[in-house]
Design a protein around this ligand. Structure first.
Ligand SMILES: *Cc1c(COP(=O)(O)O)cnc(C)c1O
Length: 418
């Protein structure tokens, strides 16, 4: 691995080795993570990095762009076919840049936007006070019904009618349910708002046809290409043909400079891989594993926000276990299970402490873990929650977690022996 860096910069090389070891020996359950196939690694570090170019195929600002034109056209065709979309822009650098680009395309400073609040499951780039966008646009928020954990669609509709937003955003970072895109689209139509869906977390599940697609219902669909999509660190935006020209201008020159050809090549590979039976089977199993883990945790007295999961993640409300999100995250980290602390809706605890954790199953499903292993993970989690500061307990849990994950290699043996 990294045969040149190994010689010229052993310090960085050692950190990469350490990180590989960490990923191999831990049970990675951060809901926004997945394992990139080796081809993504190759292409993300490929020769394409040397090429600077701006603009679109046939209309570049730099010479020598013929190969890049072929690559971008191929990626665009594959992306449109995969998602059945009328138009796609794949020049954005990430899910965040994808969102900024849509705002730049359709909004003026001061415009009103209705989105899901951060602590209810939304994302920083949907107008959180901590994000710079909150200084530019006027955000109002909708949330979930405290009884069901699902979006309160009636309250959303009512708020939209009062607030008259120019844009309504759906899509979330920490929401374990399916979203009724059709319903929110109706509200958007009724108030004359644009409708944008941010499918960053679920783009892989959507591509595989494992859950319903937002593409037919939204004016714009943004996404990152990591998370369930299992691809490069990058982004993409789909839209209806009527918005295509405006969107492309909003992306470049509106928001970005030169494009990243390396991740474009990796995305191009992913758009093909996502149509394979292998990928579809993994995404189906992600749904099965998430449901299984939810059941196994509930059996052991854990509460889930909304009581269940319909996608790749769940949010555990830890109050019944008398433990904070921060303490549980840290104790699980000690035993080699990686999750993140997470605010539950209307959380009484601060964002740095929290009353919950968010757990995802994409990475472990890619590694081949199934029913028997899922039950063992839930059992270890329960033992950790019972005595999160007892070192003997944590050491025993650590040994069990390590024994469990070692049987499922992160990458095929020898992948990095060069
Ligand atoms: C992760 C995420 C993003 C940001 O994507 P990056 O690629 O990390 O910039 C945007 N929106 C949602 C809903 C996300 O979950």
């Amino acid at each position: 691995m990294l045969k040149h860096t190994r010689v010229t910069d052993p310090e960085v090389y050692e950190l990469a080795v350490e990180e590989l070891h960490r990923q191999e020996h831990n049970i990675e359950m951060i809901a926004s993570e997945s394992t990139a196939p080796l081809e993504i690694m190759e292409l993300s570090g490929s020769i394409f990095t040397n090429k600077t170019l701006e603009g679109y195929p046939g209309k570049r600002f730099q010479a020598g762009s013929g190969v890049a034109d072929k690559l971008e056209k191929l990626a665009v065709e594959r992306a449109k076919a995969l998602y059945g979309a009328e138009h796609v822009n794949i020049q954005v650098y990430s899910g965040s840049t994808a969102n900024y680009s849509v705002y730049a395309t359709i909004l003026e400073p001061g415009d009103r936007v209705l989105s899901m609040r951060l602590d209810q499951g939304g994302h920083l780039t949907h107008g959180s006070a901590a994000n710079w966008l909150s200084k530019v646009y006027h955000y109002e928020f909708y949330g979930v019904d405290p009884e069901t954990g699902g979006i309160d669609y009636e309250a959303l509709d009512k708020k939209a009618k009062e607030f008259q937003p120019r844009l309504i955003i759906a899509g979330a970072s920490s929401y374990p349910r399916l979203i009724d895109y059709e319903k929110i689209a109706e509200t958007a139509k009724a108030v004359g708002a644009y409708f944008m869906v941010d499918m960053a977390h679920v783009a892989g599940l959507v591509a595989a046809g494992a859950i319903p697609s937002p593409i037919p219902h939204a004016d714009f669909v943004t996404s990152s290409t990591t998370k369930t999509f299992c691809g490069a660190r990058s982004g993409m935006i789909f839209c209806k043909e009527e918005h295509a020209k405006k969107l492309d201008k909003g992306v470049f020159p509106g928001c970005i400079g030169s494009m990243h050809l390396t991740t474009m090549a990796a995305k191009c590979w992913s758009f093909r891989y996502a149509q394979s039976e292998e990928f579809k089977a993994i995404m189906k199993q992600v749904l099965v594993n998430a449901k299984l883990l939810a059941e196994e945790l509930k059996k052991r007295g854990f509460d889930l926000v909304g009581g269940t999961t319909e996608n790749h993640l769940m949010v555990v409300d830890l109050r019944s276990k008398n433990i904070t999100g921060k303490l549980f995250q840290n104790a699980l980290d000690t035993v080699g299970i990686t999750v993140n602390k997470q605010q539950i809706p209307d959380d009484p605890a601060s964002p740095l402490v929290t009353s919950g954790v968010r757990i995802g199953v994409t990475s472990i499903t890619q590694r081949g873990l199934g029913g028997a292993e899922i039950a063992r993970i839930a059992e270890i989690m329960d033992r950790v929650a019972a005595a999160p500061e007892d070192e003997t307990n944590l050491a025993a849990c650590r040994a069990d977690a390590e024994a469990l994950i070692s049987a499922f290699p992160l990458y095929p043996a020898g992948s990095f022996d060069d």
